[in-house]
Structure formats: C-alpha cells, structure tokens
Design a protein around this ligand. Structure first.
Ligand SMILES: [Ca+2]
Ligand SMILES: [Ca+2]
Length: 503
C-alpha cells in the first residue's frame, strides 16, 4: 500500500516536470491552428418558441471567421459570411410541441471548424379560444364565458364593437379563467359584437368566434293604469305603462289567475305604451302584466297588477266595433237598448257565409237604415254559425243572443205588453209604443224570401238563440197595431234584428 502510493507520487512528479519542460520550450515559429470560438446567445435550450425567435450567435477567431452555419434538424437553414449572425427564425408552420435540434458551425480561414452543442427548441402554438358566449349584459357590465385551451397563453383579451363600429379592447383576464365579468358601459338599443383571443407577451392567438347581435334587455319599467287593485265599471279598459329603455315593442297579457297559466287576453307587437281592451267581463278580477322586447326579442317583464272589473249595473254604455250602445235594466235582465249594427253590409239578394266577417243587411240595401234601425242578420250569421242557445254570437264580449226563455222572462217583466217594449212613436192605436220598459224597440222590418225587405214600421222581429229545428229558429215579434208579443219560429235565412242581453 505504502509502496504503491510512493510509486504514484513519483509518476506525478515526473509528469509535472515533463509538462513544465514543454511549456517552456513552446515557440510560435510554426503557428498552431487556433479554432474559432462560437457562443449561442439565442435561443437557449429552455426556449419555447411561439411563432418565431431571433437566432443570435457570437463567433470569433484569431484570423477571422469566414462562415457560420445554422443547422436545424441536421439541415442548414442559414449561412452567414459576415456578422452580425442574427436571423429571425419563423416556425409558424410547425406544429405545437414539435421539438427541433439546432446547432451552429463556425469556420476559419485555416479550415478549422467549431461546432456548438446541440440544443433543442420546442414550438409552442397559441391556441385559439372558442365557444365565446355572452351570459348576461346590462348597462355597466358584460359576463362572458368561453372554452379555452390555455397552453402557453398568459391572458385572454376581449374586444367589443357597437353597431357597425370598430372593435376595441374592453378587458382581459388570466388564462386560467373560462369566464369573466367586465365593467363596461353599454347603451340601450345598440347592437354589440364580442370576440376574444389568447395572449402571451406580444404574441396573440387567432380570434375566437364572434358573438354578435347582442342587445341590452329592456330596462325595468312600471305599469301605470289602471292602478293596481282598483275596481272599474264600464268598458273598454285602457291599460297603460311606462316606456322602457331599449324596448321596441310590448305585449300585454291579461289572465284570471296570477300565474297566467291560462291567458285570457294577449296582444303583442304594441309599439305604444297602452292598449284598449273591450272584452273583459264584469264581476271578475283580472291580473295583467306587460313584456317589453328589444330588437332580438329579449324580454323584460313588468310586475303583475290586479284590476277588478265590476258588473255594468246596467247603467253604463258598451263600446263595440266603433259604436256606443246604451243599456237598460228590465226586471233582473240587462239589455242593450238598441239593435246591433255591426259588420259589413251585403245586398239583400246575397247570402252571408261563415267567412270570418260579420255580414249584415240594411233595409232596402240602404246603409242609412242600418244607422237608424240596426242591421238585419240571418240566424246563422247572428249566432256566429253556432247552434248553441245562449251563445255570444255577434254580441260584445260579456253579452249574448237571448234564448227563447230569456225572451219569455222579458215578456213577463212587461206583463206581455209589447207597447212597453216599443219606442214612443212606434206603432199606432192599441199598438202605440209607450216604452215604459226602456227597451226602445223599433219596427225595423226584415229581410224576406228572395232578398226582399218588408214591413218597415210594421213589425219588429228579434232572433232568439234557440233553434227550433234544422231550418228554423225561434224569435219574438212585435207589431204596429197590437200589444201582443209573438213567440214563433221562422226560416233561419230571414234577416231579423238582433238584441243582446248581458251574461
Ligand atoms: Ca483560426
Ligand atoms: Ca259571415
């Protein structure tokens, strides 16, 4: 052991002595070739390359560098003969996560070559976020969500434009997020578009999908009339509300229950902030609300208000199809005290049909007679082509064509004296009207076979809603020279007067 150590020391001493001798005796008479020195500044082995990187090397030599070569995956990509040895290496066609070997060679005039160590560059693509969506937007904020692949992104940046304007950056968030709330002022009735992209330093991904056609929901608004909980007599009822910012039209809904499971009345596309409703019934509580819509049918709904519609008490008026009718209470019944004059006039020779239009005759085909005496209607037309006794037919909502039994009640109320039903001036002698009931019947005549009009000033015939048989229906008749009330039936094609009684 000791001997071995001694031997090693001796060898070392000899070696050192020899080396000293060589150094001392070296002399540049014959210059020893000196190899170029090369140093890679960029990229480094830890560089992740997004799109491109500036390649930079330093190379020196005692007699001058003649050439520097840049190898990627063992293939020369770039050759320099003079400094600076810089090059913008673009990798935009390379796939994400692809790994590339790179090295450099420096040459001098003596044919010396220095090769750097191999580095590996890794490509990192910016991934484009997608499925951008607006969750919610109001005057001061917008909530966005998306699907992103963070990859190397540090942030997401968001842009918006108003109407056909240009995009502006409205905010950013960390790339770890998949939703954001951005404080940003919005205007009503303005179309917004949004897009986003991922970002790292000065590098950006492509833009995401664009979310367009975004409008603020209409601003909350209040109902104004009729006052919540009020009670109203008379028709029609005008419903009113305040204008809502951002609403371009409204819908009024009325229901008999507060959950609106069955809508009683609905009108949409209202550009005004009111609607007139004629069809509400007495003794009924209604609930109503209004929806305001923006240009893309986004909806804001008002509170729900209540209104109590009281019975007419038979002392008001009914506005129906542009005409105002009086009413009168006779016994326990409430009657409209004029003959209906509703619909479009057809000539006596023509026959009405179930065509969605109310068709009336005017005595002698003269509209002026309709104004005075009301229209004359076939039974089917008066009944709205129903055969059900008590049907509304062509009467206003809340009223109906009287049944034969209801006419009998009316007759009882006036002790079967038709003079009490006839207007003063109608009829003569024992048939002269006294109108003590207020029924105000006019001897309006009727439409007869072949389209003829007969018996003006002689007879008044009122259809009941009670069918007698297929060709016939029941009616009551009053005549000019007697106090009796006739109950009979006649062909449905005849044109008679129509009175309505309240439901
Ligand atoms: Ca050299
Ligand atoms: Ca018709």
């Amino acid at each position: 052991m000791v001997r071995n150590t001694l031997a090693l020391i001796i060898v070392l001493v000899i070696s050192l002595t020899l080396m000293s001798c060589k150094e001392d005796t070296s002399n540049p008479v014959t210059p020893t070739p000196e190899e170029p020195v090369i140093k890679v500044i960029s990229p480094t082995s830890t560089t992740e390359i997004i799109d491109s990187v500036m390649v930079e090397v330093e190379a020196t030599d005692n007699k001058g560098v003649t050439k520097v070569e840049f190898y990627v995956d063992n293939v020369i990509l770039k050759t320099w003969t003079v400094p600076p040895y810089e090059y913008l290496w673009k990798l935009t066609n390379q796939e994400d996560s692809s790994k590339h070997s790179i090295y450099f060679k420096a040459y001098d005039a003596d044919g010396n070559i220095t090769t750097t160590e191999i580095l590996f560059a890794i490509v990192r693509r910016m991934k484009t976020p997608n499925e951008l969506n607006v969750i919610k937007i109001n005057e001061t904020e917008v909530w966005l969500k998306w699907k992103g692949n963070r990859n190397i992104a540090e942030k997401y940046e968001f842009e918006a434009k108003a109407n056909e304007g240009i995009y502006e950056v409205i905010g950013e968030t960390g790339a770890e997020n998949d939703s954001v709330r951005i404080l940003w002022q919005h205007l009503y009735d303005t179309k917004y578009s949004f897009r986003m992209r991922a970002k790292k330093g000065n590098y950006y991904s492509n833009y995401s999908n664009v979310v367009s056609n975004i409008y603020l929901l209409p601003k909350d608004f209040t109902l104004t009339k009729p006052i919540n909980g009020s009670s109203i007599t008379g028709r029609p009822i005008v419903f009113e509300w305040n204008q809502s910012m951002g609403a371009v039209n409204y819908a009024l809904q009325i229901a008999k229950s507060s959950n609106f499971d069955t809508i009683y009345y609905q009108k949409s596309g209202l550009t005004a902030t009111s609607d007139t409703v004629e069809t509400l019934k007495g003794n009924t509580k209604y609930y109503w609300k209004v929806q305001g819509y923006n240009r893309v049918n986004g909806e804001t709904t008002s509170d729900i208000w209540e209104v109590n519609i009281e019975a007419y008490a038979c002392n008001g008026v009914v506005e129906y199809e542009g005409k105002i009718y009086g009413m009168v209470k006779i016994g326990e019944q409430c009657w409209i005290k004029e003959n209906l004059n509703v619909g479009t006039r057809i000539n006596g020779a023509a026959n009405p049909s179930n065509n969605g239009t109310v068709e009336k005759y005017c005595y002698n085909d003269n509209e002026a007679n309709c104004n005075t005496y009301g229209g004359l209607y076939t039974w089917n037309e008066a009944m709205g082509y129903s055969t059900t006794a008590g049907v509304r037919g062509i009467c206003p909502e809340g009223w109906h064509i009287p049944t034969n039994a209801e006419f009998q009640t009316l007759a009882s109320s006036v002790s079967n004296n038709s003079n009490a039903l006839k207007a003063v001036g109608q009829g003569t002698g024992s048939g002269a009207g006294t109108n003590t009931s207020g029924f105000s019947a006019l001897l309006a005549g009727y439409r007869y076979y072949g389209g003829y009009f007969v018996s003006l000033s002689d007879f008044a015939y009122f259809w009941s809603s009670t069918e007698y048989s297929s060709p016939y229906a029941r009616f009551i008749g009053l005549d000019y020279n007697g106090a009796n009330i006739t109950f009979n039936y006649y062909y449905k094609e005849f044109g008679f007067s129509v009175r309505c009684v309240e439901d």
